[in-house]
Each structure stands twice: as structure tokens, then as C-alpha cells.
Design a binder for this molecule. Structure first.
Ligand SMILES: [Zn+2]
Length: 139
């Protein structure tokens, strides 16, 4: 099981228009999909986030980056020019998460869980190959 990528590899990524670019210098954890209504509103569909340590995320271009306060718990990072969803960060944590779809190359990770399946949209099925939870998988 490939739980994460080797810590020596650098993953580069960014938004569609190039106003936000980043590199992950360190471990990229497996990604988790989220079917909740909030994520579907923000992304237009299911979200997927892969955790990294805050120190491992290096912004190499951030002219377009804006943070949207979702709640008193977390912020969402997006590009103000092209609208790409890039980051999610809990307010009180040493971690941040990237959307793996914004990586330039292969991620080398897999999807370890899908969360809030009970809140999923009625227009698509749940993939039975991915462990499914009705809440957060850590709850
Ligand atoms: Zn952009």
C-alpha cells in the first residue's frame, strides 16, 4: 500500500492561469474525497484533498492567491483570476491540504477515503472501491 510519496520528491503544481504556483517539499499524504454540500458548492462537485505539513508547502507564485474563510475552523485557498481550488487549511493546525488535481505531474498517491457520503449529490454513484464514511473518517 502506497500511503504517501517518498519524502525526497518535490511535487509542483498550480492553478490554471499560472497566478498561483506551489511546490511540496516533503510527504504528500493519500487524498480524501468529500461529498459534503459545502465542498460540492465550492468545487462544483466532489472535492479531493491531500494533506501536507505547512512547512512542506512552498508558494513560488502567489499573486492570484486568495483565502476564503469558510468557518472559524478553516480557510480555502483559490486563484482570484481563474477560480482554481488549490488549498484548504484548518485555522489551528500545522497542516494544509492541496487539491491533487492541481499537481502538474503524477501524484504517486491514491484515494484513501471518501467522506460525508450521506450528503452526496443525487446525480452520481459512490465508488464502492474506495472506503466510504457517512461523516469524517476520523470521527
Ligand atoms: Zn489562476
Amino acid at each position: 500500500m502506497n500511503a504517501s510519496t517518498p519524502s525526497g520528491k518535490v511535487h509542483a503544481g498550480g492553478c490554471h492561469c499560472g497566478e498561483v504556483r506551489y511546490e511540496v517539499h516533503g510527504k504528500l499524504h493519500d487524498t480524501k474525497m468529500c461529498h459534503c454540500k459545502l465542498c460540492r458548492k465550492l468545487h462544483g462537485h466532489v472535492s479531493s484533498y491531500a494533506r501536507v505539513e505547512k512547512d512542506a508547502l512552498h508558494l513560488t507564485r502567489e499573486e492570484g492567491l486568495r483565502w476564503y474563510r469558510l468557518s472559524d475552523q478553516s480557510d480555502r485557498g483559490f486563484c482570484k483570476e481563474c477560480g482554481s481550488s488549490l488549498f484548504w487549511r484548518p485555522v489551528r493546525s500545522q497542516e494544509v491540504a492541496i487539491t491533487p488535481g492541481t499537481l502538474d505531474g503524477a501524484s504517486g498517491i491514491s484515494t484513501s477515503a471518501q467522506m460525508f457520503c450521506k450528503d452526496k449529490g443525487d446525480y452520481y454513484p459512490i465508488d464502492p472501491a474506495i472506503p466510504a464514511y457517512n461523516g469524517d473518517d476520523e470521527a
